[in-house]
Design a protein around this ligand. Structure first.
Ligand code: DGJ
Length: 538
């Protein structure tokens, strides 16, 4: 009897520890981050690069209090190779301990960012014992003119072993220090990987690989139809050879160089990630510096985990669960759509710190069932009480369980509007929801000035029984039957809030001026709100 009870207790403890370890699980229409037995949506923020190097610095700025006030539930924080392994084989995890302790004390989850061999292409976070060996023991990449930027070569066995060992030690430490609590829910491997100066590394080691036969996994990806249009086009233009060196198979071009380099960057990253997962198997991702503004490979960080190279990264780096965009350029909706594919659930680990993020988070969660959203330099976000992201996170926080449930069920939608795209029609259950930027109403004086049209967004949650929950900012919506037959009217609109248990509470009935005497449902520009609509058809 005693033994049975003990077994039961141990099993229960084991199950609960396991439930704390996060994992990515396909649930219906979305891949979700499961934590503590349920989906967890990340309302995140990434610390500025140097903040996590000093707990005293962060404490002196009251960072954790400030993060909590911002509505953040997950902090993305770097772990710096140079600080955790100051001498080869001697580890110091005090910076990690500080993050764990502070995150737990302040009710935050952590995503750790491994600033290892590469940070924004460069190798500035390598420990000094690595740096001193640059161009000798630790190989640097070379440009075609022979110059060697401080970018560790992806072709060096010594480099990858040193990085993988350090990363594995970090993951082992996290498992021991945090495996039962699960404060750390994901890990980013390296940061914005990519070759600069040239599209590929021209060092001796790289040149050897370049002249060697294209490896089997890459060839198989091509011949089994797993590549994308871009890669296929480069292959086709070079004559579609199925054996031979990289030049034989892909020809000589910037694009071919980038494909070669992507393979080797992915291979290196896989070695590092796999070594880490062998110690502690939690979800891992890479982040991407975009190929924006018409730049060519080598002008942007070439060969990183970019959308046009995604099949290579997915094939060669299976330990990387997600490929994530960092958005610092115009065209938020179009950039993120490239990283929301059937085999890659969207997570946005970085987006430039700007007021528009208050709208964008609704779009990302609603339209793409994103796992999460996280502006960069969150610890430097303006502190005003009604800063847009704070308002958005405050509104979303108690509704996250509902949102996650609807993401899995495929019953959540989203639209984003700006001055260039003022309107989107979402068709749901045979109803066209024509969602427009609130300034299209024209009665706001700001409507005349194109510079005043910030981004606005709404998510629409299908609640069943002709009820739709609208959450967001600055969008006005009218409804009509998609087949043009009959009409759709507004039976009622209630402004609502969520209590701490995620249950909807009615604030007031919205009618009269608030719904333009029954003509539309509207969350005004500059305001954040949740409204529950019931429609009728006749
Ligand atoms: C993207 C990088 O990933 C971040 O670490 C940071 O350097 C920002 N760019 C720019 O500040």
């Amino acid at each position: 009897m005693k033994r049975t009870i003990l077994t039961l207790v141990l099993t229960a403890a084991c199950i609960s520890a396991q439930a704390q370890i996060s994992e990515l699980v396909r649930q219906g229409n979305a891949t979700q981050l499961m934590h503590g037995g349920k989906p967890f949506i990340i309302l995140g923020g990434e610390l500025a690069n140097s903040s996590a190097s000093s707990g005293a610095y962060m404490d002196s700025r009251d960072t954790w209090k400030y993060l909590a006030e911002s509505g953040v539930n997950t902090v993305l924080a770097p772990v710096y190779w140079e600080l955790i392994e100051p001498e080869e084989g001697r580890y110091d995890f005090s910076t990690v301990d500080y993050l764990l302790k502070s995150a737990r004390a302040n009710g935050q989850k952590l995503i750790l960012l491994w600033f290892g061999s590469w940070k924004n292409s460069m190798s500035c976070y390598a420990p000094s014992w690595v740096k001193r060996g640059f161009n000798s023991e630790f190989e640097l990449a070379a440009n075609s003119d022979g110059s060697t930027p401080e970018i560790m070569s992806a072709f060096s066995e010594r480099n990858v072993r040193a990085d993988a060992k350090a990363f594995a030690s970090l993951m082992k430490y996290i498992r021991k220090a945090d495996g039962s609590e699960g404060t750390v829910i994901m890990v980013q491997v390296e940061n914005e990987i990519g070759m600069l100066g040239d599209a590929r590394d021209h060092s001796k080691l790289a040149q050897n690989a370049y002249n060697s036969p294209v490896p089997y996994d890459m060839m198989y990806m091509l011949t089994s139809g797993k590549a994308n249009e871009h890669i296929n086009d480069v292959w086709k233009a070079a004559g579609k050879a199925t054996t031979g060196s990289w030049k034989d198979v892909f020809g000589s071009s910037l694009e071919a160089d980038e494909i070669f380099m992507a393979y080797w960057y992915a291979r290196y990253t896989e070695r590092v990630a796999a070594a880490g997962k062998a110690e502690y198997d939690i979800p891992m991702f890479v982040n991407t510096a975009l190929n924006s503004r018409g730049r060519k490979a080598g002008e942007y960080p070439s060969a990183g985990p970019l959308a046009h190279l995604m099949p290579i990264w997915k094939t060669v780096a299976p330990s990387i669960d997600l490929i994530c965009p960092d958005i610092y350029d115009k065209g938020f909706a179009s950039w993120i759509s490239k990283y929301a594919t059937a085999d890659n659930q969207l997570f946005i680990p970085e987006v430039r710190q700007e007021p528009e993020n208050g709208a964008r988070v609704f779009y990302a969660l609603g339209h793409h069932a994103a796992i999460g959203f996280s502006p960069f330099s969150i610890d430097n976000m303006p502190q005003e009480k009604d800063y847009p992201l704070k308002k958005a996170y405050e509104l979303l926080t108690p509704a996250l369980d509902l949102i996650a449930e609807k993401q899995a069920a495929g019953k959540i939608y989203g639209m984003l509007a700006d001055v260039t795209k003022k309107e989107t029609v979402l068709t749901i259950n045979g109803i066209d929801f024509k969602c427009r930027h609130d300034l299209t109403l024209g009665w706001n004086p700001e409507a005349e000035d194109p510079d005043k049209w910030g981004e606005t967004a709404v998510m629409i949650v299908d609640m069943g029984n002709d009820m739709y929950l609208f959450m967001g900012t600055g969008v006005v919506t009218t409804m009509s039957p998609a087949d043009g037959k009959g009409r759709v009217g507004i039976e009622r609109i209630d402004e609502i809030s969520f209590d701490d248990y995620g249950k909807m509470q009615k604030i007031r009935r919205l009618n009269g001026d608030e719904n333009h005497q029954g003509r539309h449902i509207r969350i005004p520009f500059g305001e954040y709100g949740a409204q529950l609509l019931k429609v009728y058809r006749y």
